[in-house]
Design a binder for this molecule. Structure first.
Ligand SMILES: [Zn+2]
Length: 228
């Protein structure tokens, strides 16, 4: 390959594993094969574990709630998620989405959903960061699950009282921004897989899921890259 072209490709695709910093082989994306096989997977989708689901008990009805990986402080998962969110490494989200989507499809779980929706960022934040890390995971899952994903169906905004009824604002007083559905006909009677990078307290996912339930979806499930 021409030297200049090789350099250009290296600039676009890092040659080193974003977890262990070892060199990447041809065909490896972002994370090397060694790190891939040592990922701290939860296998929630195979064990019907309620570890993530229980965060939402009594708050919003969910069909499934899974996290792909276990997040530990200062661990490798935290390291790559930080790179995904703050250092522009969007490929990490796509790669992890591909891998997780393959696992879900292998268990025929791709048939449980009509489409995928990422948790949206506030437009100001999106403009500042340039991309939504949840979109990258949605895209990867979409590719390997054979399901569509939609970027602007679920939106985040700051609404005034004339746009949002007061009771709703009071209920979400701990959430500064409110989520809304752009076109309720897209949501009605659909089985939705809502995705985000990390689930911690679950308050963001809860607000999004409730918005979808209020828009008369058939059911909501949740999948995240990691659980804290
Ligand atoms: Zn590695």
């Amino acid at each position: 390959m021409h030297r200049m072209f090789t350099d250009f490709v290296s600039m676009l695709f890092p040659e080193y594993c974003l977890m262990c910093s070892g060199p990447l082989e041809r065909g490896e994306e972002s994370i090397c094969i060694h790190c891939k096989y040592n990922l701290p997977v939860t296998n929630h989708h195979l064990s019907s574990s309620a570890e993530v689901l229980q965060k939402f008990w009594g708050k919003v009805p969910l069909r499934y709630a899974w996290a792909y990986l276990k997040f530990t402080k200062q661990g490798n998962v935290q390291k790559v998620l930080h790179k995904l969110k703050y250092n522009g490494h969007q490929q990490i989200g796509i790669t992890l989405g591909h891998w997780y989507g393959h696992e879900l499809s292998a268990a025929s779980l791709n048939k449980e959903f009509d489409f995928i929706l990422p948790v949206p960022l506030h437009p100001d934040k999106l403009k500042k960061r340039g991309y939504n890390q949840s979109d990258t995971f949605a895209k990867g899952l979409s590719d390997s699950m054979g399901l569509p994903w939609y970027q602007n169906v679920l939106q985040k905004g700051t609404f005034n009282e004339t746009q949002t009824n007061k009771r709703r604002l009071e209920r979400w007083q701990n959430v500064k921004d409110v989520y809304c559905v752009k076109d309720a006909t897209v949501i009605a009677n659909q089985r939705i897989l809502l995705v985000d990078d990390v689930v911690t307290t679950g308050s963001t996912l809860e607000a999004c899921a409730l918005t979808l339930v209020e828009a008369a979806c058939k059911e909501v499930s949740i999948a995240t890259i990691a659980t804290a």
